[in-house]
Design a protein around this ligand. Structure first.
Ligand code: FAD
Ligand code: NAP
Ligand code: SF4
Length: 695
């Protein structure tokens, strides 16, 4: 049989070593770097991904010194003692036949601590600390720290290092005048500004020898107004190649850029064209260094396509390998449909990292928990009923069945997925369908007996004498009890998203949680359309320009006109969308503002009339205002649905509540899948069940 992905799975010869395929696991900060007590967990995490076939993996960032810390006491590699502690990681990876490089990350002015340093004393908009401006001797100390860190990485058994030169971190800060206003030999003309990365790569190469991988992560598109020009980026790529880099990886966008680069609404492979252009420049100059492209490459098909199109020599996947450590092995075995696809939600990975929590993955709660969340074969085969095939029920049913239990999954609807069937209809959330495809395959593979279109009753569950019942019945929309809400001009989000009920030209949305925002996005977008599926339109909407023509690659956004006039409301005073994802909330807000959505907080809902929604403000309920609209859509939160619990308990059936059925407040798919998986990993091994068949 021919290889299913000939470009993706082709070996790559680096001269002194050959990588088995073109998949680089990109650096992803999990928090396991920030404390030696996590190193055994980090070893298991990378070993699992080495076993799954990633050609080369890059660790989360390690600072070369204190000044380079991400935050106080962040993972640092600056002593031989520290290097020895990394052995557990490199040995575990090598035992699986894998390769791993350590990322050297100096955050410069992005450091969240008072010791941060930078070329000039210019505070970043995303951190509260103004950096100390480095003297020339100070710069020399930073270079030495990079070199020492690379040498120690080699001593620790790593196969290489990645010098982090993008995303607006320390090295990047030297490259542009936005952050480098020096007048000495490290500032001014571009050859001075790029001296730092060239010096670092040259001296790292001298120190580590020829047979050690040195990846340089180069910012090809800064996405900030006065970022690097294209000729500057090309000059740097040539210079770091000459200085001894083995591979150039692509960086897209500074952290302070106001353009999304990896969120789920970013089209797949959205920035591969940038690497392609760089590759053409370098090949045109006779430079054959392998280039890695990155951002939103989450399936083998996309990876294969960008490589076949000549965009790059390798693809970088970071979050997709959190979601499925066996990505490459499944692709190689022709089982791409079995891959648990990263939906780019950021909810359990990046959002955790930014909240100082250990990262994991919404669709794979075992990610970075490999040593504690272990799915073991059950000691005895028991019979379980899982009621509800939303994320919680799907995770629980397939995990129980994987462990060897007999599982019956009952779903009232005609298809699996629960609320994900609404989420996946939101423009920009198309990826959510992948999770349902994955679970459909898991149901088949694990032998779960699926009963669709079966709104199961307590009587039936009692009669079937299950050893346990898991109630994953989800939620019902909360009733906001607004006078007039029974009129025909009022719909719930379920009517709009699931049942496709007609919605007027002017809409007021009651409730501005995640669902209110999503419904607004749905309503301002023409039916059946999504900029996420149209790269050209998406780039124009967010103002991404060709860097060859515009320095930094940013121009004025050109959003397409909204399909409706939408007003989004909440009772709380203050900014709407505060509770949205840490790293994605700003994108949802910006997207709606571009579509002229009016956002109003601090309202009281007085009544709904044929003319619209009448609201007042403040405790005095004064200053009434009619929000004129044709349709009011209720998105006022949710309540648990657990009507089966009491009769089952009364009949003596062991019952477990998971997902929304357990707790609707602050419910999301991350909690639902995590809770379902964890419970199913334990059931039957720690609990005494009444054997009802024997009774
Ligand atoms: P549900 O998904 O509600 O599933 C419950 C299932 O039980 C349903 O399929 C129902 O038909 C079935 N059921 C109920 N009673 C019975 C019965 N008696 N017999 C048989 N079947 C029964 N979360 C995120 O994390 N990120 C997001 O970006 C996100 N976006 C969303 C966008 C929208 C528009 C919506 C509506 C939700 C979104 N969510 C998101 C929330 C997420 O979908 C829910 O948190 C998650 O689906 C809850 O999972 P669950 O399994 O507990 O319940
Ligand atoms: P939610 O986030 O709890 O928001 C409910 C909204 O309704 C709030 O704006 C709330 O604001 C309002 N509200 C609450 N009680 C009300 C009442 N009695 N009358 C009128 N308004 C009321 O819930 P949701 O939007 O329904 O989302 C459900 C879950 O899905 C959430 O927990 C969310 O995490 C998840 N989800 C996540 C995403 C995501 O992108 N991560 C997207 C969609 C959904 P006021 O009380 O101020 O009016
Ligand atoms: Fe991907 Fe979401 Fe998992 Fe992060 S949490 S790896 S974005 S699916």
């Amino acid at each position: 049989m021919s290889e299913p992905y000939p470009h993706l799975l082709a070996p790559l010869d680096l001269g002194f070593t050959t990588l088995p395929n073109r998949v680089l696991m990109g650096s992803m900060h999990t928090g396991l770097e920030d404390g030696r007590k996590h190193f055994p967990a980090m070893a298991a995490y990378f070993a699992e991904r080495a076993r799954g076939g990633a050609a080369l993996m890059v660790t989360g960032g390690f600072a070369p010194n204190i000044e380079g810390w991400t935050k106080p006491l962040a993972g640092t590699l600056s002593t031989s003692g520290a290097a020895r502690r990394h052995r557990v990681v490199t040995d575990a990876v090598h035992a699986e036949g894998g390769r791993i490089a350590l990322q050297i990350l100096h955050t410069g002015r992005y450091g969240y601590h008072p010791f941060c340093v930078a070329p000039s004393r210019i505070k970043s908009p995303i951190t509260p600390f103004a950096p100390r401006e480095l003297s020339a001797r100070g710069i020399e100390r930073q270079i030495r720290a990079f070199v020492r860190c690379a040498t120690l990485a080699r001593e620790a058994g790593y196969d290489g290092v990645e010098v982090m030169g993008s995303e607006g971190y320390f090295i990047n800060q030297f490259l542009v005048t936005h952050t480098n206003q020096r007048t000495d030999e490290w500032g001014g003309p571009y050859e001075n500004r790029m001296r730092l990365p060239v010096e670092i790569v040259t001296r790292v190469r001298e120190a580590v020898g020829r047979d050690f991988i040195v990846i340089y992560r180069l910012s090809m598109l800064d996405l900030i107004p006065d970022g690097s020009s294209w000729p500057e980026a090309v000059a740097l790529a040539k210079a770091v190649t000459h200085a001894g880099a083995t591979i150039i990886n692509t960086g897209i966008g500074w952290h302070e850029a106001r353009i999304p680069t990896i969120a789920t609404s970013v089209p797949r492979g959205a920035f591969a064209w940038v690497t392609k252009r760089m590759r053409e420049e370098l090949r045109g100059a006779g430079i054959t260094i392998p280039l890695v492209t990155s951002n939103r490459i989450n399936t083998p098909e996309v990876g294969e396509q960008v490589l076949a199109d000549g965009c790059a020599d390798m693809v970088s996947l970071a979050r997709p390998l959190l979601a499925d450590p066996d990505f490459v092995a499944k692709a190689r075995a022709g089982r791409a449909q079995d891959i648990n696809t990263c939906i780019a939600c950021n909810q359990a990975c990046l959002d955790h990292a930014f909240k100082n929590e250990l990262a994991t993955c919404l669709v794979n709660p075992r990610a970075a928990r490999e040593t504690v969340l272990v799915i073991r074969a059950a000691a005895q085969r028991l019979r379980y009923a899982v009621v509800g095939a939303g994320p919680a029920g799907l995770a629980a049913a397939t995990t129980l069945a994987e462990r060897g239990h007999e599982v019956h999954l009952f779903e009232g609807a005609a298809q699996i997925g629960g609320q994900f069937n609404m989420a996946r209809r939101i423009p920009g959330k198309e990826e959510f369908s992948e999770t349902l495809r994955y679970f459909a395959r898991r149901i088949e593979a694990t032998g779960v007996k699926l009963h669709l279109g079966t709104r199961v009753t307590a009587d039936r569950l009692v009669a079937d004498k299950f050893d346990g019942v898991l109630l994953a019945t989800g939620v019902v929309p909360r009733d906001p009890r607004i006078p007039g809400q029974d009129s025909p001009n009022v719909l719930s989000y379920v009517d709009v998203l699931l049942h496709g009920k007609p919605v007027g030209e002017r809409v007021a949305i009651v409730g501005a949680g995640g669902i209110g925002f999503d419904v607004a996005e749905f309503l301002v977008t023409p039916p059946g359309h999504s900029p996420t599926l149209d790269l050209k339109e998406w780039l124009a909407e967010w103002g991404v320009a060709d860097p060859v023509q515009v320095r930094g690659g940013v121009v004025r956004p050109r959003p397409s006109p909204p399909a409706r006039k939408v007003t989004l409301l909440q009772r709380k005073a203050g900014k709407l969308g505060k509770g949205l994802g840490k790293t994605t909330g700003w994108i949802h807000r910006a997207a709606l503002l571009m579509k002229n959505v009016e956002m109003i907080g601090g309202v009281n809902y007085e009544r709904i009339t044929p003319e619209g929604l009448f609201v007042t403000y403040g405790e005095q309920r004064k200053d009434g205002q009619l929000i004129e609209c044709d349709t009011v859509v209720l998105c006022a939160g949710q309540e648990p649905l657990r009507e089966l619990q009491a009769p089952l308990l009364a009949a003596g059936v062991p019952v477990h509540l998971i997902g929304g059925a357990d707790e609707a407040a602050e419910l999301d798919a991350k909690r639902a899948i995590d809770q379902g998986t964890r419970l199913a990993a334990l059931l039957g091994s720690t609990e005494q069940f009444v054997d009802r068949r024997a009774a």
